[in-house]
Design a protein around this ligand. Structure first.
Ligand SMILES: [Zn+2]
Length: 243
């Protein structure tokens, strides 16, 4: 009997607290934001559209839109980053494609492969720089298998980290906006992403590569609000986007 009373009591407390304090809503904003003259839109998973004077896509995956990209940057050959169907929807005859050889060899057109540290400069103030991205704690992405990218549009630099852990090379990265994976398993997790943000000190961090169930990837759950908590007081803004 005591057991039943205890269970009833717990049920009552849970019911009352549920009524008194409604569950806090996650602070998801929108799928995009604008920093200076550059708009950043999350396409889900590791996919982004960066729009300034030109349209730049990074790792478009299972996208349902089409249009002509000026640049398509593909961080590595894994299917969730190098998606030929998405590239086909975005590639025009002047589209510059960047990626590792194993990814880009299946495409024709303007193909570029850059080693880490190499850059390509274009009119309209656009510079694409390839940087290292690899795992230290697993073998999913060995060194030199993939890339991250620094995309400079005018005086704004966006860093897309690719699939990576927190690697020493990140200490040399300077960016206004950092797009960082937080899902763990194949990449850094939330705590590591916070440590990366404290190292790079961008103005804005955008979490990516997590909660990708809609893309058929179910094992990289993470709470982006935790990134916000971990960076509280650093002056670094965490933009949690939806897709
Ligand atoms: Zn990968």
């Amino acid at each position: 009997m005591k057991g039943i009373l205890l269970i009833l009591g717990i049920t009552f407390v849970v019911f009352v607290s549920a009524c008194v304090s409604p569950p806090t809503q996650p602070t998801k904003t929108d799928s995009s934001f604008t920093y200076k003259n550059v708009a950043i839109k999350w396409l889900g998973h590791a996919g982004f559209e960066i729009s300034g004077p030109e349209k730049i896509y990074v790792d478009p995956f299972k996208i349902n839109k089409s249009g002509t990209a000026d640049f398509i940057l593909l961080t590595h050959e894994h299917f969730d980053h190098c998606d030929p169907e998405s590239v086909r929807k975005l590639q025009g005859k002047n589209t510059e494609i960047f990626g590792t050889l194993n990814c880009v060899k299946q495409f024709t057109g303007r193909i570029n492969t850059l080693r880490p540290g190499e850059e390509a400069r274009y009119p309209d103030g656009i510079t694409i720089t390839s940087v290292s991205a690899y795992n230290l704690n697993s073998s999913y992405h060995p060194k030199n298998f993939g890339r991250g990218f620094l995309v400079t549009v005018g005086n704004v630099t966006v860093y897309h980290a690719g699939d990576t852990d927190f690697i020493p090379e990140m200490e040399n990265i300077t960016a206004d906006i950092a797009l960082l994976p937080i899902g763990g398993l194949y990449t850094m997790d939330v705590e590591e992403a916070a440590a990366v943000a404290r190292t790079i000190k961008p103005k804005i961090v955008v979490p990516m590569h997590y909660n990708s169930d809609a893309f058929g990837i179910t094992n990289i759950s993470a709470d982006p609000e935790k990134l916000k908590e971990l960076l509280n007081g650093t002056g670094i803004e965490v933009k949690i986007l939806k897709y």
